[in-house]
Write a protein that binds this ligand. Sequence first.
Ligand code: SF4
Length: 330
Amino acid sequence: MKSKKVKALGLSSGGLDSILAALVLKEQGIDVTWISFVTPFFSADNAKKASESTGIPLIIEDITDDYLIMLHNPKAGYGKNMNPCMDCHTMMFNKAGEYILRKEYDFLFSGEVSGQRPFSQRKQALRYVEKHSGFDGSILRPLSAKNLPITKVEESGLVDREQLLNITGRGRKIQIALAKKYGIKDYPSPAGGCLLTDIGYSKRLRDLFENTEYTKRDLNLLRYGRQFRVNGTKIILGRSKEENENIESYYSKKDDILIRLETFPGPGTLITEEISKETLVIAGEICVAYAKIKAEEEIPITIISPSGKETFTVKNRPVSDFAEFLIGNL
Ligand code: SF4
């Protein structure tokens, strides 16, 4: 008989695999808690939903500052886009491991499945994460444990290896059957949720890293609208009323410039970086081009800047004139 209840802390994306990993451990009497991390690139929204539906407690931590340092130069490199999956998981386990050091939990776990993702979940990749996390031996993958080398967690008797699973590969059949067994009905699809895996977002992020000293606000703005870089300055245009509102919610009266079309409906346009008069005219032309106004050669625009309001006219040019300035479509 175990004298005190074993406690485990698991990384949670809120996806089915995270849920199953926790339930497999719970079934053998282990007290499980989740931890989910937040950055401008991914949220804890799905983890919150999973926590609400299963009753498993959830800790949420914002790791943006440390994440950005890693993201500029991930030791194991990027995946297909700007996703540094191996170093991302390493950092998450390292952060979760602080709770082990404080003796609040006995070991860490995740819902990773060996061989499920081509790059980040190969056996060597799982091993890389353990080795570099600072918590080698304290990380368990309950869904694939029987296909992986035995861990100290199992050797020490904290967990019964016999009750763990041996799932490998990309198939979902076993997980779906387990979901049925545990009565799990609502769970998000396994892919998605991380902007760093998006090709358009990754282009924008790379552009930001290369061109400017950025803030968290700049990172948050990357997900909205059409974005252009003209003569070194970023210009952001909304594609819908909702996007215009989202973009304008980041507007700072004392630093930024807004462009508005007074006589026609058109995209909200935000400029958060320094801009020359010549480039401001081009920004106005881009705003006008995407308003798609027919049969007018010149259109008045209003510039709202920290120094006041100014109205002038710009040429009505086709959007194709500005294609070369577009950065990564979302
Ligand atoms: S997909 Fe995003 S959140 Fe997931 S491991 Fe890769 S970088 Fe991290």
